[in-house]
Write a protein that binds this ligand. Structure first.
Ligand SMILES: [Zn+2]
Length: 423
């Protein structure tokens, strides 16, 4: 028996990064390319349903699918008429142990930056991702995150970043904050969430000039972090993502069909309010929830609305309760509507059923089997084969693999996924 590794681990998540995006751009993302050469990489990592940030990041740290960890969606509200909907920010909603619980059980120090679903988590040095949903730009709301951070930590890190404020993009700030946490607190586990590529890919498209420029910034931050640990062979570096992206040209509004079929109530002033149905749009899919026990007539109304969407060419397929169970996805949804290629779903309640002018040029949230939804995964460190191709992996395999990398037992995790063979 060889000696158990007891190394430190850094996990960098580049939100929304599909492997093809950086592999196709020869030379433009030198640090991502170099990590692939010196470590083991997945051809693709199959994500979960819906392929969105919060459920996927919860799967990355717990090793289980959404049905087991309890984060079924990015939103914590089923009400599309609500003006400022809260997200699933709070770790208390996780029903499965996370990697930080594994690390803490072995008295390893942990740190996290902007990691989704980490507010209130048992993390020693934590600046979580959370914002006031009523503000127009979440990226400029630092106060809410500061209030939910480890006491004193946000101000301490912000002081280090003062020269960059107003000049650096959100990922540069995260990169420098990560270096500070790493150098000052020496955590055994550091989790960092980079967000700027995803933001630009939504607005301009996944291969747009704006998105690729944002990715260059994440690539540079990754390079700086790699350089900082290069003298320490006991540290393993993981770069991964949560889901992929596809370009979209059309927007469909399922709620317009629901309203026309009487599934929402209409107030005296003409505004819609919830009665029977709740919805959550993930962009590439839309989940529908019965809020009241449906009558046979209600079910017919829903069918009629879905038929209208299908007739408009906006639907790839209806994911029913049986398929949701097979996908280990949302147990509360009556169904999920999967958007047709080129379509994204909004929660617009008025106007035409389908619009050719999309606000966003990129989307995710589709079935994990859809081309383009693949996430990326690469890992570099001691005893990891250089240049190894891991093939197609799945997100639940990551947490038990990383527990092993830290020299910890994966028993605390609820994961039944097979750890990756990195040698
Ligand atoms: Zn994401």
């Amino acid at each position: 028996m060889g000696e158990k590794p007891s190394g430190k681990l850094i996990v960098l998540s580049v939100d929304g990064l599909r492997p093809e995006i950086y592999r196709a751009a020869e030379g433009r993302f030198p640090n991502l390319a170099e990590l692939e050469k010196s470590g083991a990489s997945a051809e693709a990592a199959e994500t979960i349903y819906p392929s969105t940030t919060y459920p996927a990041h919860a799967t990355i740290v717990t090793g289980v699918a959404p049905r087991a960890h309890g984060i079924y969606s990015h939103l914590a509200s089923l009400d599309p008429t609500e003006k400022a909907r809260p997200w699933c920010w709070f770790a208390a909603a996780l029903r499965a142990p996370a990697l930080w619980d594994v690390a803490r059980a072995s008295r390893r120090r942990t740190a996290a930056l902007s990691w989704p679903v980490s507010v209130g988590a048992a993390i020693d040095h934590n600046i979580p991702e959370i914002w006031n949903p009523a503000v127009p730009d979440p990226h400029s709301d630092f106060e809410t995150s500061a209030r939910h951070s480890t006491p004193g930590l946000f101000g301490e890190v912000a002081k280090q970043l003062t020269p960059l404020l107003g000049k650096a993009d959100p990922d540069q700030l995260r990169g420098e904050a990560a270096l500070y946490l790493w150098n000052y607190y020496r955590p055994g586990l550091l989790l960092v969430h980079f967000v700027w590529y995803d933001a630009k890919a939504h607005s301009f498209g996944p291969a747009s000039a704006e998105a690729l420029t944002a990715l260059e910034s994440a690539d540079r931050a990754i390079g700086r972090i790699r350089d900082a640990i290069s003298a320490d062979p006991a540290t393993t570096l993981v770069v991964l993502s949560d889901h992929g992206f596809v370009p979209v040209e059309k927007e469909a509004a399922p709620l317009v069909a629901f309203a026309q079929n009487g599934l929402f109530a209409r107030g005296a002033d003409g505004s819609l309010s919830l009665r029977r149905l709740g919805t959550i749009s993930a962009g590439g899919s839309l989940a529908v929830y019965w809020l009241e026990q449906p009558s046979a007539a209600d079910r017919r109304r829903l069918e009629a609305a879905v038929d209208e969407l299908q007739a408009a060419g906006a639907v790839q397929e209806i994911v029913d309760r049986e398929k949701l169970e097979a996908l280990q996805a949302d147990p509360d949804a009556e169904l999920m509507i999967e958007a047709a290629p080129g379509f994204t779903f909004s929660e617009r309640m008025g106007g035409p059923l389908v619009s050719d002018s999309v606000q966003d040029r990129g989307a995710h949230g589709y079935l994990p089997s859809r081309t383009g939804m693949e996430a990326m995964f690469t890992i570099v460190g001691r005893d990891i084969a250089a240049g190894k191709n891991l093939g197609r992996i799945s997100l639940p395999q990551i947490a038990p693999t990383l527990a092993g990398i830290m020299g910890l037992s994966a028993d605390i995790l609820a994961s039944e996924a097979k750890p990756l063979d990195l040698r």
